[in-house]
Ligand binder design. Structure first.
Ligand SMILES: NC(=O)c1ccc[n+]([C@@H]2O[C@H](COP(=O)([O-])OP(=O)(O)OC[C@H]3O[C@@H](n4cnc5c(N)ncnc54)[C@H](OP(=O)(O)O)[C@@H]3O)[C@@H](O)[C@H]2O)c1
Length: 286
């Protein structure tokens, strides 16, 4: 499989000027256990990133917090200098205290440092999409988003997005800056954030569902999609991703994996088009 398979997922234009293929890739599985420290297999991590691009993926989601810095340094090692059409979306505002430990910090000086370090680690002069990883409840939203808007006007950020927010928070942030994307937990088996997805559709924001495979639950043999997948001659993971792609044209799934074999399996979902009936059946089944 060498052709740009991801192209079959169609395109979405983020913020009116950044066109990407809808089926992307997320780097969170590349650092060590608990998204902490070095990769278990750095050579395979580099192969995964290069293979993703070879397969036509041109939207990669990452974050300074993945490692911290491990995923970004692997991205730079594997893909820099970047292809002109590659869009790297990163995040700032989530700090790390150890494996599996995460804590929001949204003080403007910290966010500024995070963006400066991301530019350095990724080898970029401007970040295409900077997502506030979490809103820090101890800092006014206008201060957090305002600092990102200042970095945008300085040319260090092209577009601003949010992560794990409510519709109210989206509306509040939009008073300070133009928000072009939202990244929330969403997959076939976890659909609590339908109202946020509907808001994204209405306002033409990219909706980037994190845990698109429910951290692998939807992808594993014997999981909830296994039997239906066999009927479709597809893998469970492909069904979960095809369902997301059909759910709305604003959805940009970013499945994560540390293996080339799983990556190839996932990207092939771009070619799997569900009928309305199949979509409804899956929606009801899980
Ligand atoms: N904004 C946020 O707060 C936030 C939070 C979480 C994640 N994210 C983003 O969302 C992306 C996706 O989330 P995620 O990676 O945590 O979870 P995910 O994509 O739902 O699932 C990843 C898990 O599924 C396994 N997997 C992947 N493809 C598979 C396949 N074809 N067959 C069987 N197993 C498969 C992976 O293991 P292997 O490595 O063995 O393939 C891994 O354990 C992340 O990479 C990150 O960019 C954002």
């Amino acid at each position: 499989m060498t052709e740009a398979v991801a192209a079959a997922s169609g395109e979405f234009t983020i913020g009116g000027d950044l066109t990407v293929r809808r089926l992307g890739y997320g780097t969170m599985q590349l650092p060590g256990p608990g998204v902490w420290g070095e990769s278990r297999d750095p050579d395979e991590a580099v192969r995964v990133l290069r293979r993703a691009v070879e397969l036509g993926v041109n939207f990669i989601d990452t974050a300074d917090a993945y490692g911290p810095f491990t995923a970004d340094l692997l991205l730079k090692k594997a893909l820099h200098p970047y292809a002109d059409d590659l869009v790297i979306a990163t995040k700032a505002g989530f700090t790390r205290q150890g494996p599996g430990a995460w804590s929001p910090v949204g003080r403007p000086a910290y966010l500024r440092q995070a963006v400066e370090l991301s530019l350095r680690h990724l080898g970029l002069e401007r970040i295409d999409l900077l997502q506030l990883h979490r809103i820090d409840p101890e800092v006014p939203v206008a201060d957090q988003v305002g600092e990102l808007a200042a970095l945008q006007s300085e040319g260090k950020i092209r577009h601003i997005g949010l992560s794990q927010v409510s519709v109210d928070e989206l509306e509040e942030a939009a008073k300070t800056a133009t928000i072009v994307s939202v990244q929330n937990l969403y997959n076939l088996s976890q659909r609590d954030d339908e109202p946020v997805l509907e808001y994204a559709e209405k306002n033409n924001l990219a909706f980037i569902p994190w845990f698109p495979l429910a951290t692998g639950e939807l992808a594993k043999p014997g999981g909830p999609l296994d039997a239906i997948a066999k009927q479709h001659q597809a893998s469970p993971s492909q069904l979960a991703l095809a369902w997301l792609l059909k759910r709305s044209p604003v959805v940009l799934p970013i499945p994560g994996t540390s293996s080339v074999a799983h990556l190839e399996d996932n990207v092939a979902a771009a070619k799997l088009e569900l009928t309305d009936e199949e979509f409804a059946k899956l929606t009801a089944a899980v």
